[in-house]
Design a protein around this ligand. Structure first.
Ligand code: EPU
Length: 431
């Protein structure tokens, strides 16, 4: 078992470089099997465990994955022969279901075990299934455990999403780019990773227009080819460092970002009293004195991202005054507030609304990472608090943050990863 030990209370200072976007990578990796060719994927966050699971799934169906350097791989999908992905490959992450769309596009059929992933409330896939069916696939879900998709050919169709869903938009794009004729996705998700996936697919020869708006038009093509593509920087990793800089009263230059993707986060930080300077591919965040309060409502892009809600709540827990946080995407994304309460935060939760009464300081305590972003929030809280914080269940954090200990240490955070032989034994340092 591994833990993070953090000695907090020091403002973060210096420069940090952001990795490639996890959620773009998780869509682009399965997309690479849509061609019978070689794709070179650059700026890939290869060290995070979600990306590793996706590469494992690629190999499982017969693709060759070659490491070129620490952020580049080549996927050779000429010999992909299987359309089956078993439970072992899917149980740990949500995005494994992108293989349904990708395999449907490649073979016209797919048999993929239901996905796992962070528990944030119920995570239905009805919009994915509706999309595949409208493209002409027959879908059955066996024992709520395996999705079987079969088609005698996919045909473009108009598809209106009843809810704005990142996953359904991705999955439909993957299948539709090899369908006959035009697919129009209405009420599509507009997140930066949707645009990145469209750019990747277009580099492979697909014909996709409108990604980044709520209407995406996909004209199916017969063949796709290999390409070289560099993934966009991770919006949420960047936002996490921005909030960490502000919450610790620090001054950090965050490099390799697209400032436009960070606007909703920058705006809220400024509202709380932080200074945010934008450069071409960097942002600098500094905070002097105690943060001010503000209200947050999570919304699909370009609204405030739900994946930044727990991290921002840490800043608000330290703010002067009371802030209201409304979560409108996930029904169960406030579990982390119980952990923050152990550190002295004063938060009351009623359904999907949290009232955060700011306190002057947080105190280190033993806490756990309930999920990926909750874990990131615990790191920020530990760095801002006085004393020592121990974070358990850090495997969630490793799913989405590359070199997290090194990156925070380099800007002055006192954070270590330690390994315990078993819960009762002495803690050993793992470096
Ligand atoms: N929904 C449905 N039916 C569907 C699909 C979604 O009702 O068929 C609902 C969901 O229950 C939710 C809402 O629609 O209430 C939005 O879900 P969405 O499909 O957009 O989420 P997702 O694709 O499962 C991705 C990210 C999440 C992020 C959400 C929202 C990936 C791999 N995951 O999930 O990221 O929170 O979009 O932006 O891209 C994370 O990185 O920590 C993370 C959880």
């Amino acid at each position: 078992m591994e833990k993070f030990i953090i000695n907090g209370g020091t403002p973060l200072n210096g420069e940090v470089t952001i990795s490639g976007a996890k959620n773009a990578a998780l869509a682009i990796i399965p997309a690479s099997i849509l061609c019978r060719d070689v794709c070179r994927i650059e700026n890939l966050p290869v060290s995070i465990s979600d990306v590793n699971y996706m590469m494992k799934a690629l190999r499982h169906i017969g693709a060759e994955v070659k490491f070129i350097n620490e952020s580049t791989i080549e996927v050779d999908s000429r010999h992909v022969s299987s359309y089956v992905i078993s439970h072992d490959m899917t149980r740990y992450l949500r995005a494994s279901y992108y293989f349904i769309g990708a395999l449907l596009g490649r073979f016209g059929r797919a048999r993929v075990a239901m996905p796992g992933g962070c528990y944030l409330g119920p995570r239905p896939i009805d919009q994915h299934i509706k999309g595949f069916e409208l493209l002409g696939a027959k879908i059955s879900v066996e024992d709520n455990a395996i999705v079987e998709a079969n088609s005698g050919g996919l045909f473009g169709a108009p598809i209106y999403l009843d809810v704005v869903s990142v996953g359904a938009t991705v999955n439909i794009m993957l299948a539709a780019c090899r369908a006959e004729g035009q697919t129009i996705i209405e009420n599509a998700a507009k997140e930066p990773h949707i645009v990145d996936l469209a750019n990747f697919l277009n580099s492979m020869g697909a014909d996709i227009r409108g990604a980044g708006t709520d209407t995406i038009k996909i004209r199916g093509v017969e063949n796709l080819h290999g390409c070289t593509y560099s993934i966009i920087p991770d919006q949420i990793e960047a936002g996490t460092f921005m909030v960490a800089a502000a919450a610790t009263g620090g001054d950090v230059l965050i490099k390799n970002v697209i400032p436009k993707h960070l606007e909703s986060i920058s705006t809220k930080l400024i509202e709380c009293g932080a200074e945010v300077e934008e450069y071409d591919e960097a942002v600098k965040v500094s905070m002097k004195g105690r943060p001010g309060r503000c209200n947050i409502k999570t919304m699909p892009h370009p609204g405030f991202p739900t994946d930044m809600q727990p991290q921002f709540a840490v800043l608000l827990a330290l703010a002067e005054g009371t802030s209201i946080v409304s979560e409108s995407i996930w029904s169960n994304r406030f579990r982390y507030t119980e952990q923050l309460a152990r550190m002295g935060a004063n938060i009351t939760v009623d359904g999907q609304i949290a009232m955060i009464h700011g306190v002057e300081s947080l105190k280190g305590a033993p806490v756990r990472a309930d999920d990926l972003r909750a874990g990131a929030a615990m790191i920020i809280a530990g760095l801002a608090a006085s004393g020592t914080t121990e974070i358990e269940d850090i495997l969630y954090i490793d799913r989405g943050y590359e070199h997290v200990v090194e990156k925070f240490s380099n800007i002055g955070g006192d954070i270590r990863r330690v390994t315990c032989k078993d819960p009762d034994s002495e803690i050993e340092s793992a470096g």
